[in-house]
Write a protein that binds this ligand. Structure first.
Ligand code: FAD
Ligand code: NAI
Length: 466
């Protein structure tokens, strides 16, 4: 029977990063993984494959629509979908192998099988009808999340798909109906629209991207509509019937009322994700869940059972890979007796569409609700020189600062490369910086990041190029 300092159940970004950090801190570590490959949702069916398809489909669209105006004359691009899927798979394989390498390099044992907690210090690992029990001083649950299902709508991953099926469709659907205008719906909707689908998105709320700044969401919706997206807001899908030719989705106003039927070839259900705790034996072991089925933890990631911790999508907070990673590092440090910590006020969120949307800190709606007095500095990419010469002027940077102290409380960007540009705001906010600090920081010219500096200047009503 092996004895470890730490056994981590799950090898997504939370689990494998936790294992590496714990090993760096001198612990003897094992990870348990039930999937054939390491890396969890993120590497296998989440962040990475979706970004590969977003990149490839964007290149396809650029070649078809943007090259000519720059004087690059190419014949109309032809889609080779199997080759594009192969490109995606190569990306997955490369990253998964990278995690295997990291486990070896850090001398982390990989135990293949389903992990079940038998009590403090004991994990049973079962695979192919055989099981072993490993002893360990500490356990970290990093089992992530699974797709949320819609009652009465059976996902077959062929015609009615979750994100997993939508990453591997065998042909471009003529009509794609997306249920849920959240991050998955808009990212994967973008992929298939670029490749030729007519995309309609049905959203329960009266806005897209709930949780993002309202002004950003409204402008982003207009941009997506210009690209060809159709939105049905304030609506819910109550059922999907299939015949041999099409899917017939029944749609009702969210508040109730007359139903209509919309035809589609593929329906993508993306209404959120649910914490994954199946098979872990939590109830029997005495690990408490919260009202939403997430593993309940204290501020130091400790569960109700001594020596058992939890991180990532399976606990409360945004379901994001970088949040899971940072929690993985923090809990390893806490177990090692250090002061591991995650600053939940500064976790960026990015939607990897074209243009991208990025955000960190408070939205205007949140500041209003909290009664915080704030100032707004906004700068459009139409006034940014680099964006003008590249003819990529959609979007703006918006900075929200405390009216009294000028401390930056939130930054929201729509625009090409917004996902890269948000990080100077994250660093600034980690240091408690002000809009003036940002405005006085020299930014290279010509870059799109100059729009961030100009938005910071605009907080003090002194933007130069506007
Ligand atoms: P997971 O990555 O879900 O990993 C959990 C692992 O635990 C899995 O490998 C699972 O097999 C294993 N496991 C579960 N139970 C057991 C058990 N009992 N025994 C053994 N192993 C077990 N986030 C971003 O930040 N950026 C993005 O661009 C992004 N894109 C996404 C796109 C899609 C389509 C999806 C679905 C998600 C996306 N996410 C993105 C979210 C991101 O994937 C998750 O937040 C992240 O993977 C959570 O990491 P985790 O370590 O908590 O869990
Ligand atoms: P989401 O929570 O982002 O969006 C779900 C949407 O569906 C919401 O707008 C919600 O109001 C709507 N909805 C819920 N029930 C509905 C119904 N019955 N009918 C119509 N609409 C309904 O969830 P999504 O897009 O499924 O993504 C899951 C998670 O994965 C997210 O939490 C996200 O953080 C993560 N993710 C992150 C990405 C990124 O960081 N770029 C990319 C993809 C996923």
């Amino acid at each position: 029977m092996a004895t470890y300092d730490l056994v981590v159940i799950g090898t997504g970004p939370g689990g494998y990063v936790c294992a590496v950090r714990a090993s760096q801190l001198g612990m003897k570590v094992a990870v348990v993984e039930k999937n054939a490959t390491l890396g969890g949702t993120c590497l296998n069916v989440g962040c990475m494959p979706s970004k590969a398809l977003l990149h490839a489909s964007e290149m396809f669209e650029e070649a078809g629509h943007s090259f000519a105006k720059m004087g690059v004359s190419v014949p109309a691009p032809k889609l080779d979908l199997p080759a594009m899927m192969n490109f995606k798979q190569q990306g997955i394989d490369g990253n998964v192998k990278g995690v295997e390498f990291l486990m070896k390099k850090n001398k982390v044992d990989v135990l293949k099988g389903t992990g079940k907690i038998l009590g403090t210090g004991k994990v049973e690992v079962s695979a192919d009808g055989r099981s072993q029990v490993v002893e360990t001083k500490n356990i970290v649950i990093a089992t992530g999340s699974d797709i949320a299902r819609l009652k009465g709508i059976e996902i077959d991953e062929k015609r009615i798909v979750s994100s997993t099926g939508a990453l591997s469709l065998e042909k471009v659907p003529g009509r794609l109906l997306v249920i849920g205008a959240g991050v998955i719906g808009l990212e994967l909707g973008s992929v298939w629209r670029r490749l030729g689908s007519e995309v309609m998105v049905v959203e329960f709320l009266d806005r897209i991207l709930p949780g993002m700044d309202g002004e950003v969401a409204r402008q982003f919706q207009r941009i997506l509509e210009k690209q060809g997206f159709a939105f049905k807001l304030g609506s819910k899908v109550t059922g999907v019937e299939a015949n041999s030719k099409a899917l017939l989705a029944k749609i009702e106003p969210a508040a109730g009322g007359a139903a209509e039927t919309i035809e589609a070839d593929v329906v993508l259900v993306c209404i959120g994700r649910a914490p994954y705790t199946d098979g872990l034996g939590l109830k029997e072991a005495g690990v408490a869940l919260d009202a939403r089925g997430r593993v309940q933890i204290d501020p130091h990631f400790a569960t109700s059972l001594k020596g058992v911790y939890a991180i990532g999508d399976v606990v409360a907070g945004p379901m994001l890979a970088h949040k899971a990673e940072d929690e993985g590092v923090a809990v390893a440090e806490i177990i090692a007796g250090q002061a591991g910590h995650v600053n939940y006020d500064v976790i960026p969120g990015v939607v990897y569409t074209t243009p991208e949307v990025s955000s960190v800190g408070k939205t205007e709606e949140e500041l209003k609700q909290a009664g915080t007095a704030y100032t707004v500095g906004k700068f459009p990419f139409t006034a940014n020189g680099r964006s003008k010469v590249n003819q990529t002027t959609d979007g703006f940077v918006k900075i929200l600062a405390d009216a009294k102290t000028d401390r930056v409380l939130g930054v929201h960007i729509i625009g090409i490369e917004a996902g890269e540009m948000i990080h100077e705001a994250c660093v600034l906010m980690e240091f408690g910086g002000s809009a003036e600090d940002l405005a006085r920081t020299c930014h290279a010219h010509p870059t799109r990041s100059e729009a961030v500096k100009e938005a910071a200047l605009a907080v003090g009503k002194r933007a130069i190029h506007m």
